[in-house]
Design a binder for this molecule. Structure first.
Ligand code: COA
Length: 314
């Protein structure tokens, strides 16, 4: 099969309006702005909205930037761990809001979901489809107890989306993985808030990032020195720093949006990608690595020769 290439023709993201600062949280739990910033890198998070509404808003921005309409989209892949309903998936509702007439499915791989979606989108392109809409959207507020200082400081809502199509870029290497031994370190029973063993999640996350990044580099035949820019899942700045120490990446080559958003699970990488593109920090031809990791445990990495979203239609 020939490689059709992989181009981000448009990227977009949205955050709901309600800002909850660390000082706001300190009114309902025994914590402080200083502690949260120092231990996580988070300054505030956004609450409100629905998963389908945020997903559709982010998708619209991505489609505008890509200069495409609803008829141009061949598949909708929606990564979310906070669907609007137990049944059905949220993707059909998003497709309805956007006026799409195509396949529409949810991907539940927690914080790794959007990067899983990119690899799946590449598969659709290899099968001849022309444009795939890959969305990550979350309303983590639904399963977060904002009076529990172990979890309530970390999570927020948001959405990011990309339209991908064949083009001069390509996915040079990738890695997808899961280890179900760790289900019960970060999970939520039906109708309940999430529970987490924070220390164990921290440890396993650092290991997963390292393992997945190295597996994707091996597949691409590259080393960390070949990587120009990296966007990790935005969970905790200290997780990123610990993993970077082992991998040899620097914070200067790293995209971060954690301070403004908190952990938005499947939405975090496209939210950060949108910011990085606004800042003009990625250019055509750059070698860009995206690394997702999260509950499951799951992990997902792509290494791309970057092409796309020059913000032309913005
Ligand atoms: N505010 C103030 N103090 C807090 C606190 C908070 N929100 N949470 C814990 N503490 C206290 C503890 O009670 C403890 O006090 P003690 O030393 O007097 O007993 C101290 O701070 C250290 O607690 P600890 O649990 O060791 O903190 P930590 O450094 O492990 O940080 C997390 C806790 C949750 C921030 C951290 O474990 C973490 O980020 N884990 C990964 C979670 C994650 O990213 N999940 C999503 C993955 S996709």
């Amino acid at each position: 099969m020939t490689q059709p290439g992989f181009r981000f023709s448009g990227v977009g993201s949205v955050l709901p309006d309600k800002v909850v600062t660390n000082d706001d949280l300190a009114k309902t739990m025994d914590t402080s702005d200083e502690w949260i910033r120092e231990r996580t890198g988070i300054g505030e998070r956004r609450l409100g909205g629905t998963t389908s509404g945020l997903a559709a808003d982010a998708a619209r921005l991505a489609m505008e930037r890509a200069n495409v309409g609803p008829d141009d989209i061949d598949q909708l892949l929606l990564a979310t761990t906070t669907p609007d309903y137990m049944l059905p998936g949220t993707a059909p509702a998003v497709a309805e809001i956007l006026g799409l007439d195509c396949g529409a499915i949810d991907i539940q791989a927690a914080c790794s979901g959007w990067v899983y979606g990119l690899v799946m989108a590449n598969g659709f392109l290899l099968q001849g489809e022309k444009r795939i809409l890959v969305v990550g959207a979350e309303t983590l507020e639904r399963m977060t107890d904002y009076t529990d200082r172990g979890t309530g400081i970390l999570f927020g809502n948001g959405a990011g989306a990309a339209v991908v199509e064949p083009g001069p870029g390509e996915i040079l290497g990738w890695d997808l993985g899961a280890d179900g031994k760790y289900v019960k370190i970060l999970w939520a029973e039906h109708g309940e808030n999430m529970s987490m063993d924070g220390k164990e999640v921290f440890r396993q996350a650092v290991t997963a990032i390292q393992r997945s990044a190295n597996a994707a580099l091996d597949r691409a035949g590259l080393t960390t020195d070949d990587i120009d820019f990296v966007i990790p899942h935005q969970a905790n700045i200290r997780i990123v720093e610990a993993a970077w120490k082992r991998l040899g990446f620097t914070m200067e080559q790293t995209g971060m949006r954690l301070e403004e958003t908190g952990n938005t699970s499947a939405a975090s990488i496209p939210l950060t990608l949108d910011k990085v593109l606004d800042e003009g920090r990625i250019s055509d031809g750059d070698t860009v690595m995206l690394i997702g990791f999260g509950a499951g445990m799951t992990w997902a990495t792509t290494i791309m020769r970057w092409s796309g979203d020059d913000r032309a239609a913005a």
